[in-house]
Design a protein around this ligand. Structure first.
Ligand SMILES: [Zn+2]
Ligand SMILES: [Zn+2]
Length: 374
């Protein structure tokens, strides 16, 4: 079942003459929207794949021009199809780089070295920490280069010997009989797996593997503006590589806890406030909570229940430094539950001044006497 090829511009929802930054913006928006951690739609994974493919092409001048001229066929050539290169103009471009979620896992390269695994650390933070930024200590386990043998896997004092099978070449010649005759070729040496050296007496501490699991503690700087589901890679902080391979990355995955006062919607904060009927009717100033304190809010005369005031720029900052969200204050006018007789009398007078008909006394007590409770 071949998937229908959609137009890349259409996928990102941009015009054919869209400028690079617009394409990037459109991509980020969609990537956030359909990120599997956020979007629970069954086809979210397919969508994100389409979005990534489209962006990979349209964000690259050369690929984009090939696509414009030759269509998808023009760009889907295997050469040079390296992964994605993240947004260089943003201090937190890294956070978004992970959205296309290149798999976390080891890679073996041609020289036999293996890149260390990427690790994931889930961190729960408060809304305040998400909004203001924070520094947190984390503790995690990772594979590190064995300090007993310096990572080469040989017992200290001994040395790795030249691989007898490939004589240190790392590759061996193989001969294969086929229908069309004898074929020869080169392949990675199976004995030393391409390293060219073998260990005769392995290091006891790491069993010759060259790595040991260790607990690490470090602090993580949380940039202001992160939200649930965002991932921040710390390059080279994952498992150490093997046989000279690069270290993996450590991904910090954020979850922002619910807040007792604020509700977060993207970078905006929403808070509900109660005011008395008198303040709503006559106007006044109330104090409303903001993420790092309180702020005076002037209530104009005659404010209706449910009215929303907006405190510009009092929301959560954009994680990429593009401004700040707002805080929306929803005002609820509270009806008093307990009034003194004097207050009741004043309210009655007020009501009468509006021409309303309010009974002087409650009749409930009389009914109660005759018919019992209620
Ligand atoms: Zn060792
Ligand atoms: Zn070998």
């Amino acid at each position: 079942m071949a998937a229908k090829q959609r137009d890349y511009y259409e996928v990102l929802g941009v015009s054919r003459d869209a400028a690079g930054p617009d394409i990037k913006r459109a991509y980020r928006k969609l990537a956030m929207q359909y990120h599997p951690d956020v979007c629970k739609d069954a086809d979210a994974a397919d969508k994100i794949k389409d979005i990534n493919t489209a962006y990979e092409v349209l964000s690259d001048e050369a690929k984009r021009s090939r696509y414009d001229r030759f269509g998808a066929e023009g760009v889907n050539q295997p050469e040079g199809y390296g992964g994605f290169s993240g947004g260089g103009d943003s201090p937190f471009g890294d956070i978004f780089e992970t959205i296309f979620g290149q798999g976390m896992g080891g890679r073996t390269s041609r020289d036999g070295s293996i890149r260390g695994d990427d690790l994931r650390y889930d961190i729960e933070i408060t809304l305040e920490e998400a909004a203001l930024g924070a520094e947190k200590a984390i503790k995690f386990n990772r594979m590190e280069s064995c300090d007993a043998c310096g990572g080469n896997g040989a017992k200290p004092g001994t040395d790795a010997a030249l691989c007898p099978q490939c004589q240190g070449q790392g590759q061996v010649t193989f001969i294969q009989e086929t229908l069309i005759g004898r074929m020869t070729g080169r392949q990675t040496c199976p004995r030393c797996r391409g390293v060219g050296r073998v260990i005769s007496s392995p290091c006891v501490a790491c069993n010759g593997g060259g790595r040991r699991r260790k607990e690490r503690e470090r602090s993580v700087k949380i940039p202001a503006g992160v939200d649930t589901g965002m991932k921040m890679p710390l390059r080279g902080e994952g498992d150490a590589g093997e046989r000279g391979g690069q270290a993996g990355d450590l991904y910090i995955v954020f979850r922002v806890k619910d807040h007792e006062l604020f509700e977060r919607r993207d970078n905006d904060l929403i808070v509900e406030m109660q005011v008395s009927f008198a303040v709503a009717a006559l106007g006044g100033t109330i104090q409303v909570p903001i993420i790092n304190g309180v702020e005076d809010l002037r209530i104009p005369e005659g404010t209706q229940s449910g009215h929303t005031f907006t405190l510009r720029g009092k929301g959560v900052p954009d994680v990429n430094g593009r401004g700040k969200g707002d805080e929306h204050v929803i005002l609820n006018v509270a009806v008093p539950k307990k009034l003194t007789p004097e207050q009741k009398e004043l309210l009655r007078q007020f009501s009468e001044s509006l021409g309303e008909n309010v009974p002087e006394h409650e009749n409930k007590s009389i009914f109660k006497r005759f018919f019992g409770s209620n």
